[in-house]
Every structure is written in structure tokens, then in C-alpha cells.
Design a protein around this ligand. Structure first.
Ligand code: PEP
Length: 252
């Protein structure tokens, strides 16, 4: 049965895309169509230089916004890093942490990801903790073990912290590849994540699916009881496509 007790959340991850002209068109498109997605919380996570533009163009729109990374450190000699306090000072609501592109290209460890989540929470920002297995790990039947390993230091943050964060399951083999996990495949992993969260004493954490989500597959994914929304990459760069995902109705 579909669980309606958690409000759906759809977050766009712009990755390293955009410029001021492109962004303003995309944001105008989101503003004008967002009313159709009233059953869903909608957010965009954008490159740091565009946070200012996004803040001003989304003001009062109902679309919230955030960053794609955050430092584990509060302040100090960490050239190039951006602290959670700075993001909070600016009004930022969300921060992605542990996206697979950060884990693989920047060597981010499971512990570092958990530290970043803790730093975000301490500043009042909601971390969206990304987990997911590679194709090799999936083929070796290691999906559940990998997710458990990635989540372990996050679960160690404790129930009070867990209750305030969001988890995104993003199988690496489905990100930007056009290959989506079937709703059943994704549900199986989401149910396992939910069991881990329940065992840690939290029941209402939103668990999003990410990996080639499009308007054409969103509704079938949202039909699954433990899929509470989506983290969307490529399709978040087209306003109509992103809004259709946010407005997709789970077929029950
Ligand atoms: C992502 O970047 O988090 C993602 C899921 O990308 P895409 O939707 O393009 O697969």
C-alpha cells in the first residue's frame, strides 16, 4: 500500500550546469508552473555561484533551494570550501552530501559524508545524504552491503539527527545513463533502508530515488510505498520535464 504520511519531495540537482541567462529562464519556468505540484515539496540544488541568483528569483515561489556540497568544517583555513554556517546565513535550506560524483571523483569516504551531514544539521540545513552502489557492486550482489556500509556512520548520528535529514538512494549505474532501476528494484533497496532507519528509531525520514528519473517513469516509481520522491539530475534542467516529475501522480 502506498504510504501517504510522508509528503513527496522532488529535488533538482543541476550539477555543474547553468549560467545566469539559462538559469533565469529555467527559474521563470519553474515559478510559472509550480502550482501544479502543490502535493509535493520542490527544491533545486545549484552550483555555489548561483545561490544568490536562485535566492532572488525563487523568493516567494514555493520552490526552495540549496547547495550541492558543504564542508565538514565549521570555519578556518580550508581554501575553496563553503561552510554550513555560511550557507545557513545566506538562507540555504538544503545541501546534498555524498553524491556519487563527490564520492568517486573526490574520494569522499562514508565517514566524511556523515560528518558533512552533521555539519549541515548543526547549522539548521537539511542534508540530503546520497547512497548507492556501482554497477560492479550490483553485479557482485553487494547492493545491500554497500548501502549498509555507507549508511552506518550516518545512522550513528542518532535518531534526533536522522529525523531531520533526507536519504537519496541513487544507484551509480543509473545516474546520467538513461538506465533507471525498475520501481520494484528501487523499492527493494528503499525498503531495506527503511528497515535500517526504523531499527535506528526513526520512521518518517524521506527516502528519495535518483537515477535517470524522467516525467515518463516518475509515476511508476512514486507508486512504490517506500519511494518518497526523487533526486533529479538531467531532467531538472528542463522546467516542463522537472515540473511534470513533481506533479506525477502515483498510480495506485
Ligand atoms: C543525479 O545527479 O543525482 C542524478 C540522479 O542524475 P540523473 O537524473 O541525470 O541520472
Amino acid at each position: 500500500m502506498v504510504n501517504h504520511s510522508r509528503k513527496r519531495l522532488v529535488i533538482g540537482n543541476w550539477k555543474m550546469h547553468g549560467d545566469t541567462v539559462f538559469n533565469s529562464e529555467l527559474l521563470a519556468g519553474l515559478r510559472s508552473g509550480i502550482a501544479d505540484a502543490s502535493n509535493c515539496d520542490v527544491a533545486v540544488c545549484v552550483p555555489f555561484p548561483y545561490l544568490y541568483q536562485v535566492r532572488s528569483l525563487l523568493e516567494g515561489s514555493g520552490v526552495s533551494w540549496g547547495a550541492q556540497d558543504v564542508s565538514r568544517h565549521e570555519k578556518g583555513a580550508y581554501t575553496g570550501e563553503v561552510s554550513a554556517g555560511m550557507l545557513a546565513d545566506f538562507g540555504c535550506r538544503w545541501a546534498l552530501v555524498g553524491h556519487s560524483e563527490r564520492r568517486s571523483y573526490h574520494g569522499e569516504s562514508d565517514q566524511l559524508v556523515a560528518d558533512k551531514a552533521a555539519a549541515a544539521l548543526a547549522a539548521g540545513i537539511t542534508p540530503v545524504v546520497c547512497v548507492g552502489e556501482t554497477l560492479q557492486e550490483q553485479e557482485a550482489g553487494q547492493t545491500h552491503a554497500v548501502i549498509e556500509r555507507q549508511l552506518a556512520p550516518v545512522l550513528a548520528l542518532g535518531a534526533d539527527s536522522l529525523a531531520k535529514l533526507v536519504i537519496a538512494y541513487e544507484p551509480v549505474w543509473a545516474i546520467g545513463t538513461g538506465k533507471t532501476a525498475t520501481p520494484e528494484q528501487a523499492q527493494e533497496v528503499h525498503a531495506a533502508i527503511r528497515r535500517q532507519l526504523n531499527a535506528a528509531g526513526v520512521g518518517q525520514v524521506r527516502v528519495l530515488y535518483g537515477g535517470s528519473v524522467k516525467a515518463s517513469n516518475a509515476a511508476s516509481l512514486f507508486t512504490m510505498p517506500d519511494i518518497d520522491g526523487a533526486l533529479v539530475g538531467g531532467a531538472a534542467l528542463v522546467a516542463s520535464e522537472f515540473l511534470s516529475i513533481a506533479a506525477a501522480q502515483a498510480s495506485e
